[in-house]
Design a protein around this ligand. Structure first.
Ligand SMILES: C[S@@+](CC[C@H](N)C(=O)[O-])C[C@H]1O[C@@H](n2cnc3c(N)ncnc32)[C@H](O)[C@@H]1O
Length: 265
C-alpha cells in the first residue's frame, strides 16, 4: 500500500466510533445546508458524510441527496438515520479522492468536517469540483488551526509520529488564504462565514473523554500511548484539559469553525 492508501486505511479504522458525536454535528449540519443555499429538488452530494447528518437535513428540506463516506460503520448509522427520518438517500461507501459519479452530476457538493481529512487536498477538491455542474455550489465547514478544535489537533499531532511527507495538516482547510489557493480559478464568488458549535461538557476532562472515545485521530493516539508510554499519555491528557478549559464556560465548550461557499465557473 502506498502512503496515501495507508493513511486512508487508518482514517477508516479511526472514525469507526464517531456515531455518538452526531448529537453535536446535527445542528451544524443545518447551518451548512443553509449556508449552501440548498433548495428543494437540488441534486446534493454530501462528501465524507459520516452518519449522514447533512444529507438527511438536505433531504428533509426537499433535496435529492447522496452521501459518501469511507467508513462502513458510519454508513450503517447513516442508513438508519434516513430510515428513521423517512427520506430516500443514495448512500455510497467510497473515497472523496475517487468519487464514483459522473462529471457535473450534482447541483451542490457539501462536506462537513469531512473532506479536510483526505490526504491529498488537490485530489479531493478536484473530484468534488468534477462532479459539480458549472454554476453549481460547493460548500464546506472546516476547523481553523487557531481555534479550539484546530489547536486540539495540533496538541494531538505533537504526540504522534509526524504526517508522512506530502500529506498536509487537515486544519489548513480552515485557512481562508489556503482555501482560495486550493479552489483557485475553478470557482468564483467565494464567501466565508464563521459559526459556533456548542458542546455540552461537565468539565474539560468530560470533553476529553468524549473526544477520546469518538474522534479518529485522538482515539488512535490514546490507543497507541496507553500501552507504549503511559507517562506521555498523562502529559497529553493534561495538555488537552488545559486547552479545553480555555473554551469551557457554563458547561458549554465553544467550538468555532469556518464555513466556505463558492460557485463553480
Ligand atoms: C469528523 S467526521 C465528519 C462526519 C460528518 N460529515 C459529520 O459532520 O458528522 C470525518 C469523516 O470523514 C470521513 N473520511 C475521512 N477520509 C475520507 C475520505 N478519503 N473519503 C471519504 N470520507 C472520508 C470519515 O470516515 C468520517 O466520517
Amino acid at each position: 500500500m502506498d502512503v496515501f492508501e495507508t493513511f486512508k486505511a487508518a482514517q477508516k479504522a479511526g472514525w469507526a466510533h464517531f456515531a455518538p458525536l452526531q448529537a453535536i454535528t446535527t445542528t451544524s449540519a443545518a447551518r451548512l445546508v443553509m449556508h449552501a443555499g440548498i433548495r428543494p429538488g437540488a441534486r446534493v452530494l454530501d462528501v465524507a458524510c459520516g452518519t449522514g447528518v447533512v444529507a438527511v437535513t438536505a433531504a428533509r428540506s426537499g433535496a435529492r441527496a447522496t452521501g459518501l463516506d469511507l467508513t462502513p460503520e458510519l454508513l450503517e448509522a447513516a442508513r438508519a438515520n434516513s430510515r428513521t427520518a423517512a427520506v430516500e438517500i443514495d448512500w455510497h461507501e467510497g473515497d472523496v479522492e475517487q468519487l464514483p459519479f459522473d462529471a457535473a452530476a450534482f447541483d451542490v457538493v457539501v462536506s462537513q468536517f469531512g473532506h479536510m481529512f483526505a490526504p491529498r487536498p488537490e485530489v479531493a477538491i478536484g473530484e468534488m469540483l468534477r462532479v459539480l455542474k458549472p454554476g453549481g455550489t460547493i460548500a464546506f465547514s472546516t476547523w481553523p488551526p487557531e481555534l479550539f478544535v484546530g489547536r486540539m489537533f495540533a496538541v494531538v499531532a505533537r504526540y504522534m509520529p509526524p504526517l508522512p511527507p506530502g500529506i498536509p495538516p487537515p486544519v489548513l482547510w480552515g485557512e481562508p488564504t489556503v482555501i482560495r489557493e486550493r479552489l483557485a480559478s475553478a470557482v468564483r464568488d467565494i464567501v466565508f462565514d464563521r459559526a459556533t458549535m456548542l458542546v455540552p461538557a461537565l468539565s474539560p476532562q468530560h470533553h476529553r473523554q468524549m473526544t477520546e472515545r469518538t474522534a479518529g485521530p485522538v482515539l488512535k493516539l490514546v490507543e497507541s500511548l496507553s500501552a507504549a508510554d503511559p507517562a506521555k499519555l498523562a502529559a497529553f491528557r493534561q495538555e488537552y484539559d488545559a486547552l479545553a478549559a480555555q473554551y469551557l464556560e457554563h458547561n458549554i465548550a465553544r467550538q468555532d469553525y469556518l464555513m466556505t461557499r463558492a460557485t463553480k465557473v
